[in-house]
Design a protein around this ligand. Structure first.
Ligand SMILES: [Zn+2]
Length: 161
């Protein structure tokens, strides 16, 4: 198998955890996101985390089809679905506060290629759900973009309540 297709098997060690930042998700929304990811196994699933305020509390999520040619190991947002989601959010006064994607068989640790799969250019949060164990594990990261490959993903607190 082509080693370049094993993108999420090349984890980046996250920088020191920021104690100030936390991403909050209700239990119901988290379960729904996990269900979306599980339904797309063995491929990676991806989508948007939405809030209408400037807080880092997820109010809803939008699944986006993964169009990456190697969907078992990487993700890439479907451009049409991404564009229509942005128009919808604009109309509703909501915004993307982050992204989520799954790791079907590796830990919830970002790979060096994870940032490359994301649209836009600003900083964002990233939720990763791992299905490497029978019980899914989730971790949240802050994505700070720099010139490739200097994008930094620092782990932040994830609150599921
Ligand atoms: Zn990943």
């Amino acid at each position: 198998m082509n080693p370049s297709s094993h993108r999420d098997s090349e984890p980046v060690v996250p920088a020191a955890t920021s104690n100030e930042m936390k991403l909050t998700i209700s239990h119901d929304i988290y379960i729904s996101i996990a269900a979306h990811c599980e339904s797309d196994l063995p491929n990676e699933a991806c989508g948007l985390l939405i809030s209408s305020r400037s807080s880092l509390a997820v109010e809803r999520f939008i699944p986006i089809p993964n169009r990456h040619p190697q969907p078992r190991h990487s993700f890439s947002f479907d451009p049409m679905a991404w564009t229509s989601a942005i128009y919808e959010l604009d109309r509703l006064g909501q915004k993307v506060i982050g992204y989520y994607h799954s790791h079907p068989s590796t830990p919830a640790i970002p790979s060096v290629y994870d940032a490359a799969g994301l649209p836009g250019s600003g900083s964002a949060l990233m939720l990763i759900l791992s299905f490497a164990s029978p019980i899914p594990e989730a971790r949240a990261y802050q994505l700070t973009r720099g010139a490739y490959p200097d994008t930094i993903l620092s782990e932040i607190n994830l609150i599921i309540d």
